[in-house]
Design a protein around this ligand. Structure first.
Ligand SMILES: NC(=O)c1ccc[n+]([C@@H]2O[C@H](COP(=O)([O-])OP(=O)(O)OC[C@H]3O[C@@H](n4cnc5c(N)ncnc54)[C@H](O)[C@@H]3O)[C@@H](O)[C@H]2O)c1
Length: 266
């Protein structure tokens, strides 16, 4: 431990993972705990956080878990209150819950469109709604939202709701960053590219390559200039920097973690 988040309380959403390995939320919870944060880990599925808890405890860190669907305002208000009861403050909020659905406007049902807005964008709105007043009372706080390169570029397939909501996360963060800057609250966005996270095995390969994980990984790697794929730990290191006091003069910006993918156009 080098203590980059020593003394801070971090609320991390989606701190489990859909499968074994380094999902973004799990990696963020573990990395933050390694750096001294007390982590309040939130997921709608408590079982998915068991591995996260094991890894944090192995690292000698502190973590408390809470079940919550972050698309539900009352549930979010409850976990924020429980976090305050337990730790007395919230220094860092990481909005990590999110995920894609395939399709453009013609193929996608209205139900899926609405669900994507709730999952990727309303979730961020709701946690900010309930956590910002806490940070305002404290006179400090750092919010890190997890977007995606799909919110900035075409990334190989039509996923119009995901792209739109992840673009929304970026602009939401910029607006809130300016609104709350004078109150000592910073808001930034991590923009991960195509990572090798458990979601690839569990969901994406089925959607994209008939379950062929190797084919999907090759497809994703072919777009990435660096000769390897990142995983949740790369997202976590970027989030750690933005959450820490090292980023004290950084707000309203994006940190892209994509191995160079979004700057190539050949
Ligand atoms: N995996 C990638 O390659 C990649 C790339 C770019 C961006 N991202 C973004 O990173 C974030 C995390 O993705 P991932 O693939 O690591 O996560 P994941 O799909 O493994 O999910 C993480 C956790 O979120 C929980 N969750 C889902 N809906 C929830 C809800 N409504 N309330 C509370 N918890 C909920 C799940 O139970 C799961 O444990 C997402 O915002 C995603 O869009 C991922």
């Amino acid at each position: 431990m080098s203590g980059r988040l020593q003394g801070k309380v971090a609320l991390v959403t989606g701190a489990g993972s859909v499968g074994p390995g380094w999902g973004n939320g799990r990696a963020i919870a573990v990395r933050f705990a390694q750096e001294g944060a007390r982590v309040y880990a939130v997921d709608r599925d408590l079982e998915r956080m068991e591995e996260t808890v094991r890894l944090v405890e192995q690292a000698g860190g502190e973590i408390v878990t809470a079940g919550c669907d972050v698309t539900q305002s009352d549930a979010v208000a409850t976990v924020v209150a429980q976090c305050l009861e337990r730790f007395g403050r919230i220094d860092v909020l990481v909005n990590n819950v999110g995920g894609s659905a395939a399709g453009g406007p013609v193929e996608m049902s209205e139900e899926v469109w609405d669900a994507q807005i709730d999952h990727n964008l309303k979730s961020v709105f709701l946690t900010c709604k309930h956590v910002l007043p806490v940070m305002e009372r404290q006179g400090s706080g750092a919010i890190v939202n997890i977007s995606s390169t799909s919110g900035m570029r075409w990334t190989g397939s039509a996923q119009v709701a995901y792209a739109s909501t992840k673009a929304g996360v970026i602009q939401f963060s910029r607006v809130v960053a300016v609104q709350y800057a004078k109150k000592g609250i910073r808001v930034n966005t991590v923009v991960p590219g195509q990572l090798y996270t458990p979601m690839v095995d569990v969901r994406l390969a089925k959607q994209r390559t008939g379950g062929d994980v190797t084919a999907l990984l090759a497809q994703r790697q072919s777009r990435i200039p660096l000769p390897f794929m990142g995983d949740g730990r790369d997202t976590a290191n970027a989030a750690l920097f933005l959450a820490s006091d090292e980023a004290r003069f950084i707000t309203g910006t994006e940190l892209v973690v994509d191995g160079g993918m979004s700057v190539r156009c050949d």
